[in-house]
Write a protein that binds this ligand. Structure first.
Ligand SMILES: Nc1ncnc2c1ncn2[C@@H]1O[C@H](COP(=O)(O)OP(=O)(O)OP(=O)(O)O)[C@@H](O)[C@H]1O
Ligand SMILES: [Mg+2]
Length: 566
C-alpha cells in the first residue's frame, strides 16, 4: 500500500438519510466509504476488508452503538480499530469506552460540524495508512534480513568448504614435499654410498688385477707340484669371485663400463626365456606380456640381462611355494609433469617384473635398493641385486620403481629411455691372428701395482714393456722412444684420462694402435672414444694376448703367421 491509496471508512447508522449526510461530509477526503445500517452489516464489512476507522451513531433506535462497539472490541482482530462515536455528550459512557486499551476512540458531538468530523476521520485514516506503510516496510526489512541471513549462511558454508579444501591441499602438498624430501635424502644416501663403494671397488679391482696376474704367472713356474697347483687354483678362484663382486659394486656405484646400444626387448626376452625357465623351476609360472613391436631401449644388453636375472632371482626367493612371474613391457612418454623419480622429458619403455610372492613391508621396501641390504641371511644374499639394477637404471638415464606390500607380491619397474636414432650395432671386432713376434709396448696406469702386473704378463708373453704411471709420462716416453708399437692405457687416471691420452697420441702418431683398459668409465654416455678397443679390468693373461692379437694392426705385423692352436 502506498501512502496515497484510499483507505476504508465504515459508516454505521440505521437511518439511510443520516448515512447519506455523513457520506456527503466525508466525500472530499477521497477515502472509500462503506456503509452499514445494522450491526450485522457492520461486522460483515469488517470481516471482509481492512477498515481504517468506524463511525458509529450511538443513538440508533434499533441498535445501541455502544453495544455494537463492545461486540467489535470482543473480536481479537478489531481490538485496535479506531472508533468514532456520534452522539450528544454522555461522558460517563465515553469514559468507559476509553478503557478499551489499544484502539483509538473519539467522539463527535451532535449536531455534527462537518469540518470537525472530516478532521477526525482524516486523522485516523492517515494514522492507518502510516501504520500499514510501516508494516509493509517492516515486512520488507524482515524479508531482506532473511535474504541476507540466507546469503551469509551460503557464503559461510562455501567458506567452510573452501577452508576444508585448502586444508586438504596443504596436507597433500606437505605429504608430497615430505615424500620428495625423503626420496631426495634416499637418493643422496645411495649416491654417497655409491661414491664410497665405487672408490673402494676401483682400488679393489686393481688389487685383484695384480693378484690374478701374479697368480697366473706363478702357475706357469711351479709346474709339476700338485699341492702348490691346488693352492694356486683356490687362490685364483677366490680372486675371481672377488672380481665378480667388484663388478656388482661398480654396477651399483654406476661406474661400470656400459656399452649402451639399441636393444630390442622382445628379442632379449626370447634369448632369456630358457634361462628364466630353468632358474625359476617348475613351481613358478612365467607370463610374458611383451608386445612384439616395441621401440628399442638404450641400454647395455649384457647388463640388462643381468638385471632381469637378478629380478627373477628375487622373485623366485619371494615365492618359495610357487606362484607366477609376469614380465611386461610398454612404451610411455614422460612430459615432465608427473614424472616418476625425476625422469627427464622423453620416451621410455617400462619393463615390469611382477611376482605373486610374499612382498615387502614398508621398512624393507625403503631399504631394498641399498647396497648390502638383504633379509636373506648370511651367505645367502649379498644385498647387491637390486642396487645393481638401480645403478643400471640410473646410469642408463632411466629409473627404477618398486611397489610391494606384505602378502601382495612385488612389482619392479625398470624404466629405460628409448634409443633415439637407429644406433649402429656395436662394431664386430675383427679376430686378428695371434702375434708371434715380440712387440715394444707402452703400458700406462696410475696404479703402479696394476702397471707392474700388466707388464709382467706382457713380458711373460715375450714382449718388451715400457711403464708409465701417468699420461704425461707416457707422452714423454713416446717422444723419446719412437720404437713403441702399441699402447695399453688405463682410462680413469687423475689429470689426463686414457681417452685424452689417446687423442693426444693420435695427433702425433695416428697409426699407433691403442687399447683402453678400464674397470669403469667415468662418463660412459658421452665418451667419444668408444671406437677405441677395450679391455675390461681385471683381465687374465689370455685376455691380454687376445686383445693384442685383435687390435694390433696386421698391416704392421711383419712376421706374424696364424698359429693353428690359438
Ligand atoms: N621380489 C621381491 N619380493 C620380496 N622381497 C624382495 C623382492 N626383491 C627384493 N626383496 C627384498 O629386498 C632385499 C634386497 O634385494 P637384493 O636383490 O638387493 O638383495 P638379495 O636378493 O637379498 O641378495 P642378492 O641379490 O645379492 O642375492 C631382499 O633381501 C628382500 O628382502
Ligand atoms: Mg637379489
Amino acid at each position: 500500500m502506498s501512502h496515497s491509496d484510499p483507505v476504508n471508512v465504515l459508516l454505521v447508522d440505521d437511518q439511510p438519510a443520516k448515512l447519506l449526510s455523513y457520506q456527503v461530509i466525508l466525500e472530499p477526503l477521497g477515502e472509500t466509504l462503506l456503509t452499514a445500517t445494522s450491526a450485522r452489516d457492520a461486522l460483515g464489512h469488517l470481516l471482509k476488508q481492512d477498515v481504517a476507522v468506524a463511525l458509529i451513531d450511538v443513538h440508533m433506535p434499533e441498535l445501541d452503538g455502544f453495544e455494537l462497539a463492545a461486540m467489535i472490541r470482543e473480536h481479537p482482530r478489531f481490538q485496535q480499530l479506531p472508533l468514532i462515536f456520534i452522539s450528544a455528550i454522555h461522558l460517563s459512557e465515553f469514559d468507559r469506552l476509553k478503557g478499551y486499551e489499544a484502539g483509538g476512540v473519539d467522539y463527535v458531538p451532535v449536531p455534527v460540524v462537518p469540518e470537525v468530523l472530516r478532521a477526525k476521520v482524516k486523522a485516523f485514516a492517515e494514522l492507518h495508512r502510516k501504520t500499514r506503510e510501516l508494516e509493509s516496510l517492516n515486512a520488507e526489512l524482515e524479508r531482506r534480513v532473511a535474504e541476507r541471513t540466507a546469503d551469509l549462511e551460503t557464503s559461510h558454508a562455501e567458506l567452510r568448504r573452501l577452508n576444508e579444501e585448502l586444508e586438504a591441499r596443504v596436507e597433500e602438498r606437505t605429504r608430497e614435499r615430505e615424500a620428495a624430501l625423503s626420496q631426495l635424502f634416499e637418493a643422496q644416501k645411495v649416491d654417497t654410498i655409491g661414491q664410497l663403494t665405487g672408490g673402494v671397488a676401483h682400488d679393489f679391482n686393481n688389487l685383484l688385477m695384480a693378484m690374478m696376474g701374479s697368480l697366473e704367472l706363478l702357475q706357469k713356474r711351479i709346474g709339476g707340484d700338485a699341492t702348490a697347483e691346488r693352492l694356486l687354483e683356490t687362490a685364483r678362484k677366490g680372486a675371481e669371485r672377488g672380481a665378480g663382486l667388484t663388478q656388482r659394486l661398480l654396477a651399483f656405484a654406476r661406474r661400470q663400463e656400459l656399452r649402451p646400444a639399441a636393444v630390442s626387448f622382445p628379442d632379449l626376452m626370447m634369448d632369456l626365456q630358457a634361462l628364466f625357465r630353468s632358474t625359476l623351476g617348475p613351481s613358478i609360472a612365467i607370463e610374458e606380456r611383451v608386445p612384439q613391436v616395441l621401440p628399442p631401449v638404450l641400454a647395455d644388453a649384457n647388463q640388462l640381462e643381468l638385471a632381469l636375472m637378478n629380478l627373477a632371482l628375487n622373485a623366485r626367493d619371494a615365492m618359495p611355494s610357487g606362484g607366477t612371474l609376469t614380465i611386461s613391457a610398454r612404451p610411455e612418454d614422460h612430459t615432465g609433469e608427473r614424472s616418476e623419480v625425476g625422469l627427464s622429458v622423453g620416451s621410455y619403455v617400462r619393463i615390469s617384473v611382477i611376482d605373486t610372492g610374499q612382498g615387502m613391508d614398508a621398512e624393507t621396501l625403503a631399504r631394498a635398493t641399498e647396497p648390502f641390504f638383504t633379509t636373506k641371511g648370511v651367505g645367502k644374499g649379498t644385498g647387491l641385486g637390486l642396487s645393481m639394477v638401480h645403478g643400471l637404471a640410473a646410469q642408463s638415464g632411466g629409473a627404477l620403481a618398486i611397489r610391494s606390500a606384505p602378502g601382495k607380491g612385488c612389482q619392479v619397474d625398470l624404466i629405460l629411455p628409448v634409443a633415439r636414432e637407429a644406433m649402429a650395432p656395436p662394431v664386430a671386432e675383427s679376430k686378428g691372428p695371434p702375434i708371434e713376434r715380440s712387440l715394444t709396448i707402452l703400458v700406462v696406469d696410475d696404479d703402479p701395482l696394476v702397471c707392474g702386473g700388466t707388464a709382467a704378463m706382457l713380458e711373460d708373453l715375450g714382449h718388451a714393456v715400457i711403464e708409465a704411471n701417468s699420461a704425461v709420462e707416457a707422452l714423454e716416453r713416446l717422444d723419446r722412444g719412437p720404437d713403441i708399437e702399441l699402447v695399453i692405457t688405463d682410462h680413469a687416471m687423475p689429470g689426463m684420462t686414457g681417452s685424452d691420452l689417446a687423442r693426444a697420441i693420435r695427433e702425433k702418431r695416428p697409426d699407433l694402435p691403442i687399447i683402453l683398459s678400464s674397470g669403469y668409465a667415468d662418463l660412459p654416455h658421452v665418451d667419444t672414444t668408444t671406437d677405441l678397443p677395450r679391455l675390461s679390468k681385471p683381465f687374465l693373461q689370455a685376455d691380454l694376448a687376445m686383445a693384442i692379437a685383435r687390435h694390433y694392426r696386421p698391416s704392421v705385423i711383419r712376421a706374424a703367421e696364424p698359429s693353428p692352436d690359438a
